[in-house]
Each structure stands twice: as structure tokens, then as C-alpha cells.
Design a protein around this ligand. Sequence first.
Ligand code: BEZ
Length: 400
Amino acid sequence: MSHSISSPSRRSVLLGSAGLITAGSIFRFPTPAIAQGAPLKVGFMLPYSGTFAKLGKFIDDGFRLYVEQQGGTLGGRRVEYVQVDDESKPESATDNMNRLVGRDKVDLVVGTVHSGVAMAMVKVARDTNTMLVIPNAGVNEATGPMCAPNIFRTSFSNWQVCEPMGKVMFDAGHRKVVTITWRYAAGQQMVGAFGEGFKKAGGEIVEDLALPFPEVEFQALVTRIATLKPDAVFAFFAGGGAVKFVKDYAAAGLNKSIPLYGAGFLTDGTIEAQGASANGIKTTLHYADNLDNPANQKFLSAFKAKTGSDGDIYAVQGYDAGALLNAGLTAVKGDWSARTELVKAMRTAKIESPRGPMSFNAAGNPVQNVYLREVRNGRNELVSIAGQAVNDPARGCKVS
Ligand code: BEZ
């Protein structure tokens, strides 16, 4: 899988009836009206540039793949797309979201990757009662204190994928651990959740290291880890930043003496670019490349046939956003205005995802397995189930 930053291809524009959005502007290619009535207008608000560009592209590809497998429809409604490049910039997020909802009049928004951007999107979605399906960003508040009937996630909460790692690392014999991440919501919440699990098990966090998002000057922090000599390191980075961190860690020789663990984003979608530097890294995530279930086999071969790339967690989350909307729309026979029934069908949906069984809690966050994986032979291979049907506590959510 190439790590190069890719924007939607000419092919996807021609075949996908969608337009490419550059920073701060939206161009939409019209889709002809078809017999079954007005198409469902899906707004993608995703990073198509910057350190998370590949993540956004794979979510977009995964969603389109699911829709194509339904003959270009969801619940019988033909789908058209509007795309916005959110650049992973929280400061532009409210304007971008308002443009999709107000000017482009999308029926729903699928987005995004970055937790800070997602927080702004959640606020607009709540204010305008717009349906929002989050296909990555793990910010706990989205399905915590900011939860609402119109907000769903097909990914994870930052707490959910990291808390189980605390016990895993303690059971592996590690007692003193250093954490390292970007200083923004996702990094702080993931490191916090890992620390919660690790301290509960009896471990000690020696030092929390951080640098601003999306900086990649890791050298001083890698040197600090070498000085501290912890039993192990827990890290959250993703996309281009994760590639650089894992390579720098190995280049400093630390992969030989201080085992590196992390949230699965450290090695998902990045593994090919990391090469041998990633060997042996253990992570927790709600997916592993070699999950042996029919949905994963079908997904991986279809994704490869469509894109030429190996599917990863981001593609799975986009694919499952399509599956969730299909479940809701099928229940209301494509009638988007039947909102109460639609939401009920989505909240009670049970999806056989490539990740394994997925259902939803009252806050709209997936209930799902969290897997321990290890990088072997260039793949994130399943080691064990770190947490079965893990349910985020949805702290502060008042929706029932
Ligand atoms: C986040 O900001 O929530 C996030 C970004 C990339 C991977 C995982 C989480």
C-alpha cells in the first residue's frame, strides 16, 4: 500500500458522480435525477490533504464500495456525494460543516478523522439536527456528553480502543511505561484511557511525552525515552506522523531494547511505508488484517479489486457507515423524512462487519471486540481478543 498522499482520482470523480473540494471551496458535479426520486445527498467531510489524507481517502473509498455493492443505492435511494477537504483543521470545521448543511443542503454528513474537527461538526449537527455519521474520530464527547439521537459513530471512542491495552501490557510484565502522542483531544484521551487501564492493573506511568499536532520532530522525545529507560512505551500517532515516529524509534535502536505498543492507528494503513521498522509492534484496535470471517474476506477482496490497495481500518469504518445507513433506510423504505423510525433502526442495527459483530449503545457508539495485534510479515496479525464486545461507558450522555 502506498503511503503517498492521494486526492480522489479522476476515475472516482467520473464514476462516482462527486466533486473534489479543495481547502475552503466546494465544487459539486451534478448527478442526473433518476426514476426512484431524489437522490440521497451524502456530504463527505474528510481530510483529503495533510497527514491524515490517506485515512480520509480510504474512508471515502470504503463507503463508496458499500454503496456500489447495493447497486449505487442505500435502502433503495440512489446516492450522490459532495466532498469537503477539512484538512484536519479544527479552526475551519464549523464553516465547512455549515457550508455542507446550509449551502449544499446535504441530507447527512459522513465525517471525519480528526477529533478536534469532529467536535465542531457535532456542535453544528446538534444545532441543525443534521444526521452525522462519524467514520473515525474517537473524541469521547461525541458519544458522551454531546451525544444526540442524530449522531452515530461507526468507528470507536478514544477510551474504547486503549483502555484494554493497560491490562495487556501489565500482564506482559511491564510495570513502568512512558506514553507519547500528539497534544490534542485524540492523543490525550487515548493516552488517558491506556493509563486508566494500566494503573488499575497496578502499573505506573513514568512520564507522558507530547508534541503539537501534526508535528513530526520526534528526535528530542525519542532521546528522552532512551534516557528514562522505561519497561515499554505506549504511543498514539496515525497517518504520516505514525510512519515517521515508528521509523525514528527504530532508527534510534529503541525497538531492540524498549518494546513499542500503541493504539492500532500506529500501524494501520501505515505498515507498508514503515517496513521492517514496524516488526513486532503490538497494538489494540477493533480490527486485524487477518480476521477470519466471511465479511472480512468479502470486504478485502472487493476493496482490492476496486482500489488496488489493501483495505485497512479506515476503509472498514467507511464501509460500515454505508452498512449502518443502509440498515436505517431499508427499515423506512428509503424515506429519509421518517426520522424517528430511521434512528431507531440505526440504533438497533446489528452489523456483520469485517471487524466482527457490531451493534450500538444508546449513545450511538459501536459495541465491538477490541483485538490485540502484532506486526508480523507486514501485516497487523491477530494475537488475541483484548476485550470482547467492549462498550464505551458513554460518560455524561443523557440520551436513552
Ligand atoms: C482522532 O483524531 O480521533 C484520530 C485520528 C486518527 C486516527 C485515530 C483517531
